[in-house]
Write a new protein. Sequence first.
Length: 191
Amino acid sequence: MAISLHPLLDKPIQKGSPNFTGGTLKCHCATQPVTVKISSNVAHNHACGCSKCWKPKGALFSVVGVVPREKVQVLSHADKLAIVDEAAVIQRHACTACGVHLFGRIEKDHPFKGLDFVHVELSEQQGWQEVQFAGFVSSIIEQGFPPNKMEEVRGRLRGLGLETFDVLAPGLMDAIAAWTAEREGKLKASL
């Protein structure tokens, strides 16, 4: 039996629409769900193996992308949202009833401050950017996945056309390094 990566990755990846303008995310509550409007498409949509991101039951990876903070608006039942870990860099806002993470916001000084992390699988709308890569792949071992099956996981991800990284994709790692160098005065601010 094949290992379940994530419901969106256990079948061929659906290509997103370059003209897609967003949609609504909804938690898993059958009544009074938390709804969040995202008024743009996501960027850097990726499979994430870290232990902090919300994953559907039985999935090894989450699927998460980023949007500008100002494009995220809670539409209903904001009172059900709570931050999962106040000490984490990404303040993940989850429904207190069903546990689903609706968005993750960075409040601290960080290269990704101003971007919110969202799970587009929580939307019924079609057209979101497709998964672009897999990050923090080795982190699934820290959650109990057998190391001797990692090549099978990486093979399945590569079979979907996804590059696999044990951090983020190179462009995102470059952005983090440039932000740090600029902050420390070792590099002039990029335009």
